[in-house]
Ligand binder design. Structure first.
Ligand SMILES: [Zn+2]
Length: 275
């Protein structure tokens, strides 16, 4: 994985909800968050699961660039202030943690041929949301910034969104929807992606030096905030069941801390020779 940090853009643009744009796909993905991962190891994807991909590394990078450019054309990002400082600070640490080879190896992330051009921006928008486009473009909305209280909680959200990008979930969705359409099977795969992003995200934030327990605190808080909303049954929803999600998140906290401790103490297996 090659990584480049580009300067933050300070351009003027508007709006985030154009249904005609490719952006919508990613916003939609970013808004679906939940649990449920039980694939058996057998493929080249994250966790050694089978994972068809529709986009080449170059296509992912280009789509990410174009979608980010479109967002910046439409909505003016913040050019300074504590929200932008916090998002930049946390995003940089998460992006750096994504380069930790033992972590990549443990998750079996496919990153060798991929280039990430990390960029960060904050948009004034009341939605409680954030997303990471393919290629490493992180977008956080001010509605989320009003909800989170600490860097650890922001790290939980950003790590989850970055996990989607690292695991090529957008490319996988395109591939799966080409072959199986938008039915129940597709929803099942979407839930697997959400669970996977939770799992990878917990480890990513921990390796970046944040407290993984705060992911549980934050998602629980967001779940409570949404408790009056109408929920679809899990089998009809992209979202895994909230209670199950909390259980899984909590179960991953201790292993993530143990893995970070092992790395800090030099107790990790030597790197495998890639190609
Ligand atoms: Zn998600």
């Amino acid at each position: 994985m090659q990584t480049r940090h580009l300067p933050r853009r300070a351009r003027v643009f508007h709006l985030i909800s154009d249904r005609q744009s490719v952006l919508c796909t990613f916003l939609l993905m970013a808004s679906i968050c939940a649990v449920g991962c039980d694939d058996r190891p057998r493929g080249q994807g994250p966790g050694h699961r089978e994972q068809p991909l529709a986009l080449s590394p170059a296509q992912e990078l280009q789509i990410g660039r174009e979608a980010f450019h479109e967002i910046l054309e439409r909505t003016p990002p913040l050019t300074g202030g504590p929200d932008l400082e916090r998002v930049t600070r946390v995003s940089q640490r998460i992006a750096k943690a994504a380069q930790i080879e033992p972590l990549q190896r443990e998750i079996n992330l496919r990153l060798a041929d991929y280039e990430f051009e990390w960029e960060y921006c904050v948009l004034k928008n009341d939605q409680v949301n954030a997303f990471c486009l393919p290629g490493g473009k992180i977008v956080v909305l001010t509605g989320l910034m009003r909800t989170i209280q600490t860097d650890d909680q922001l790290a939980a959200v950003i790590a989850h969104e970055v996990a989607h990008a690292l695991a090529h979930h957008a490319s996988e969705r395109v591939a799966r929807e080409r072959t199986i359409g938008h039915g129940l099977l597709s929803l099942s795969y979407n839930r697997k992606q959400e669970s996977e992003a939770d799992h990878i995200g917990i480890f990513l934030m921990t390796f970046a030096g944040y407290d993984p327990q705060q992911a549980v605190v934050l998602w629980q808080k967001m779940m409570n905030a949404g408790q009056n909303q109408v929920h679809l049954p899990e089998f009809l929803s992209d979202h895994p069941n909230d209670g199950r999600r909390m259980e899984q998140l909590q179960a991953w906290v201790a292993p993530a801390r143990a893995a970070k401790k092992a790395l800090d103490e030099g107790r990790v297996a030597p790197a495998v020779q890639h190609r």
